[in-house]
Design a protein around this ligand. Structure first.
Ligand code: C2E
Ligand code: MG
Ligand code: MG
Length: 669
């Protein structure tokens, strides 16, 4: 094989490698076509163009001088390809290494320069056929010198470039292959400018082309390795970032709940001492809304710093476990834990005073007793904090005994929830009678629970738990439905119409949707609204008097009567009397206790007040004849109590009650 044939073969091989590399880079760019890899693909396609155009131009040289112009054009095209390859390669590496985009303007400028540079290389000697030496000098020598300079610059850039994760094998390979390419292009330029330097022209050219081919192959492999490394590093960085987001709180930089538990699981053995203290910033949302998110985040940050300030010794980790909650884990137990927690709380409270705006805080903490998991201790600390907050205390320690009764309550609420659906609840009715005539005026419906194992439970045993468990509204709706059905059944059976009073909890009283539920139940059962009375307590109304008044007014507009229950207990206020405008006042039974001079006086006063307000007044809990006589003497027009009727599932019988009515002249209690 002649040296020229070898050169042609090497050109063909290099063209193939260049196009293959372009295709690979394009494939690696993925569907989103990362800019760096797109530029890289362009650079190799341009190199392919250089080799193909060079081959064609060499082949045309063998066909005769008439093809000189075409040859020059092809030569120019190949030079454009060569320069564009260099320029795009530089842009690609710049974009990939520094993760920067390349603007369209820069791209066009670079391409323009390549075109002009190619022209400047091709023009000398192109008009004169005898100027072969000049043409060779520019087209081969000049181009090789510029290319060597380009590769040299790129190699220097790669050598200087130091990524955060450190230099990698791929980067070193890329750098070395550019070094090789620089070397062979520099040698080619030298061979052109100093012909005797490297021996006979065709043989030298063949060796130099072989060197270029090796350089190109090396570059192809090196780039593939480097790109693969970068793809892996990118994926790793993404995973790390996702991890970070899952375990850290962005705003404060503290670990979050997951992060805290993960660290404790990792760093603390199940047998080691562990105390978790939590802090809650009250009315967080309101403060965020009024003082701004920056202020509250900074406040939390400062409170967190105060929680750990100067006490590194037992500190394990500080975390922001909720938007308004911080937690600190300490390697302490026993009295050490109590002391640690107390001093940290004092420091936090001291810092809280300097926040520039008053903040309310509550604390809770739990100490590991018997190898409980960190998650259990954290939940216990939060529970203690919630209890402290609910009880108006600043700090509470979690007590396991208390947790047992809490667990019972959770069980009761669960069972009660099922009981509502399974009709384990039932109603007893207690009559309310006219003090003077003994006529049955109304009956009060009182709920009971037929518990599968505990027997019949009075409301006092399950309503408080239901209230804390958020079940009161369901119970009230159940009672309302059952009462409306009973009224309908009695009407259908031709029984005399007697109003029924039901008790409403605070949750229902503040539920704006209640009037429409009541209306639909009354309508569905064809019940006259005057036959329904609702009893509300002052304590229930107190939570939000204006809302309660709105609900009560809406009910009254339906025609439903309203009674103020247990009057005189709870947070008594005359405002309730004025705003709720009850039809009936029910004096709490404690005021009718025999021998309670002050209580009786208050009961008498309520009787008089009712009269002036034009309301009916009911005396509750009348157990003795003396109490009944007292009510009669003090204008308490209605009475309810065991003397006349005990709550029962059966409806009260009015004549039986009337028979017990004393003479009008009975003395006060
Ligand atoms: P309340 O509405 O004041 O009901 C009167 C309570 O006094 C009833 O207790 C009744 O059995 C009791 N009582 C009546 N007469 C006498 C008496 O002469 N002596 C004594 N010692 N007690 C008497 P109960 O049924 O245990 O209900 C207690 C409270 O539970 C009720 O007080 C009411 O606040 C609440 N409650 C009862 N049923 C319901 C209901 O269906 N829904 C709601 N939300 N609360 C209810
Ligand atoms: Mg009542
Ligand atoms: Mg009452």
């Amino acid at each position: 094989m002649q040296p020229n044939d070898v050169i042609t073969l090497l050109f063909v091989l290099q063209a193939l490698i260049a196009f293959a590399m372009g295709g690979v880079a394009l494939g690696l760019a993925g569907r989103r076509l990362h800019m760096g890899r797109r530029l890289l693909a362009g650079s190799f396609f341009a190199l392919g163009l250089y080799f193909v155009a060079s081959l064609l131009s060499t082949w045309l040289a063998t066909l005769g001088p008439q093809w000189a112009l075409t040859r020059s054009a092809l030569s120019w095209l190949s030079q454009v390809g060569g320069f564009a390859h260099l320029a795009l390669l530089m842009l690609a590496l710049y974009s990939m290494a520094l993760r920067r985009g390349v603007s369209r303007k820069v791209f066009l400028w670079v391409m323009g320069i390549s075109v002009v540079a190619a022209l400047l290389i091709v023009l000398p000697g192109s008009s004169d056929l005898s100027e072969a030496r000049t043409r060779y000098g520019f087209r081969v020598g000049g181009r090789s010198a510029i290319t060597a300079l380009g590769y040299g610059l790129i190699a220097a850039f790669m050598a200087r470039y130091k990524p955060l994760a450190g230099r990698s094998l791929g980067q070193l390979l890329v750098m070395s292959s550019f070094g090789v390419l620089f070397l062979f292009n520099a040698l080619t330029a030298s061979a052109v400018f100093h012909p005797g330097l490297l021996g006979s022209a065709p043989g030298t050219s063949a060796w130099l082309q072989l060197g270029s081919l090796i350089g190109l192959l090396l570059l192809a492999i090196a780039l593939l390795v480097w790109l693969q490394e970068r793809t892996l590093a990118l994926a790793e960085a993404k995973t790390l970032n996702a991890e970070r987001m899952a375990h850290f709180d962005e705003a404060t930089g503290l670990v979050n709940r997951h992060g805290l538990l993960r660290r404790l699981d990792r760093d603390v053995t199940p047998a080691s001492a562990l105390t978790i203290m939590t802090l809650r910033l009250h009315r967080f949302a309101l403060m965020e809304r009024t003082l701004g998110s920056t202020w509250v985040q900074e406040a939390l940050q400062r409170l967190g710093e105060a929680m750990v300030a100067g006490r590194d010794y037992h500190l394990l980790v500080l975390a922001r476990i909720d938007s308004d909650r911080l937690a600190v884990a300490l390697a302490a137990d026993g009295s050490l834990a109590d002391g640690e927690v107390l001093s940290r709380r004092r420091e936090v409270e001291r810092v809280a005073l300097s926040l520039g705006h008053p903040v309310a805080l509550s604390f809770g903490y739990a100490v590991r007793g018997q190898r409980e998991s960190a998650g259990t201790i954290l939940a216990s600390a939060c529970l203690a904090q919630e209890k402290a907050e609910a009880g108006g205390l600043r700090m509470l320690r979690f007590e396991p005994e208390q947790a047992l009764s809490d667990a019972d309550e959770v069980k009761i609420v669960g069972a009660l929830y099922r009981a509502i659906g399974e009709d384990q609840l039932f109603l007893e009715y207690q009559g309310i009678f006219n003090t003077h005539t003994g006529a049955l005026d109304c009956v009060e419906a009182l709920v009971r629970w037929r518990h599968p194992t505990e027997g019949v439970m009075p409301p006092g045993r399950f309503l408080p738990a239901a209230e804390r468990g958020g079940l009161m509204a369901d119970i009230d709706i159940w009672v309302l439905t059952r009462v409306c059905q009973t009224l309908r059944d009695r009407k259908d059976a031709g029984e005399p119409a007697v109003p029924v009073a039901i008790n409403l909890s605070a949750a229902s009283l503040l539920d704006g949707g209640l009037p429409s539920v009541v209306e639909s139940q009354l309508r569905r059962n064809g019940v006259d609204p005057h036959l329904l009375e609702i009893e509300v307590t002052e304590s229930a109304a107190m939570n939000d008097l204006s809302k309660a008044s709105a609900v009560v007014n809406a009910l009254r507009e339906l025609g439903v009567r309203v009674a103020l229950d247990d009057l005189g207990t709870g947070y008594s206020s005359l405002v309730h009397l004025r705003d709720l405008r009850a039809d009936r006042l029910k004096i709490d039974r404690s005021f009718l206790a025999e021998g309670d001079r002050f209580g009786n006086a208050i009961a008498a006063a309520i009787g008089a007040l009712g009269r002036s307000l034009g309301c009916d007044v009911v005396g509750e809990g009348v157990e003795t004849e003396a109490q009944l006589a007292f009510c009669k003497a003090h204008h308490i027009g209605f009475v309810q109590g065991w003397l006349l009727h005990r709550p029962a599932e059966r409806w009260p019988q009015p004549p039986a009650a009337r028979a017990r009515m004393p003479a009008d002249s009975a003395p006060p209690v």
